[in-house]
Design a protein around this ligand. Sequence first.
Ligand code: HEM
Length: 332
Amino acid sequence: MASSSDYFSSFSRASLPLLFFFFFFFLLHSDASAQLSTGYYAESCPRVFDTVKSVVKSAIQQEKRIGASLLRLLFHDCFVIGCDASVLLDDTPTLLGEKTAKPNNNSLRGFEVIDRIKTAVDKVCPGVVSCADILAITARDSVVFLNGPSWEVKLGRRDSRKASFNKANTDIPPPTSSLANLTAAYAKKGLSVRDLVALSGAHTIGQARCVSFRDRIYNDTDIKGSFAKLRQANCPRTAGSGDDNLAPLDLQTPTVFDKDYFENLVGSKGLLHSDQELYNTRGSSSAALVKSYSGSTSAFFDDFVAAMIKMSDIRPLTGKRGEIRKNCRKVN
Ligand code: HEM
């Protein structure tokens, strides 16, 4: 009678080829090995960077604020499922996009610039570069044109075939958020308090609507009186009146990417409630980071770059997943 060890060794000998087969099948079909890389288009589209840059440059020359709007698009893309260009999809009878979700509706801008970039890129290398990668390069170029830091963008994302209206509502934190809410929202995406504070420094550029900061300028107590008055002048107390009136997120230099945003927070002049929250819990690591960035451009820039790279890495579609959209607004 065969012993049990003979039995197992003959079993494993017989099944070894089968195991190898499954192993190689897995390697071939899994995306585990597919990762983003800075040289992703080195062969297939070496002109992608120059092409994106020239369209971003002309858009910012026409209107400086668009640089801020383009940077924000990447945040609103990456926080909803992942960096997969889902934010760019228009509504259709069979697809409810993210554009009308609360954080985006009547607020997100820059879609026409992305269309122009896609057309220009597809002219030099048709069907190669994803809309998700275009968003990542565009965000970097926008920061650079407004005097901010530069970094090498990792590429190889593919575009989603779906969007999530619900996740756009739940996963992008509102401007009424507390520090605890913000910390939790970032942790859910694998981002730390350091990433949260550094990324919030993006509010050194761009504008917000009265509806986003009305409560803060009328009801918050941790706001400098003269600053609240200044903003009240163009943002009426009554809900519904002047909702779309704009104010700069950084009252000093809204078209320059610098550390003034953090100086504002130290002076209780953050425009959004969520901004001021970062400095308000004295003794917290978040307040310490605000203080340190307010005194050091390089500390801010270094952490901002690291956090942008992390944020741009949230759940990309790689390998055979997703598609390269022909038109960034529609699935193929
Ligand atoms: C920490 C959580 C965040 C909250 C609660 C928040 C909230 C907001 C709000 C309410 C506005 C104004 C929208 C409007 O009134 O139409 C805004 C604008 C903006 N946000 Fe954020 N944001 C956050 C993080 C970020 C991040 C991570 C980035 C980019 C890395 C970013 C970039 C921007 C930019 C550049 C603008 C100005 C856009 C423009 O002028 O078109 N924000 N944000």
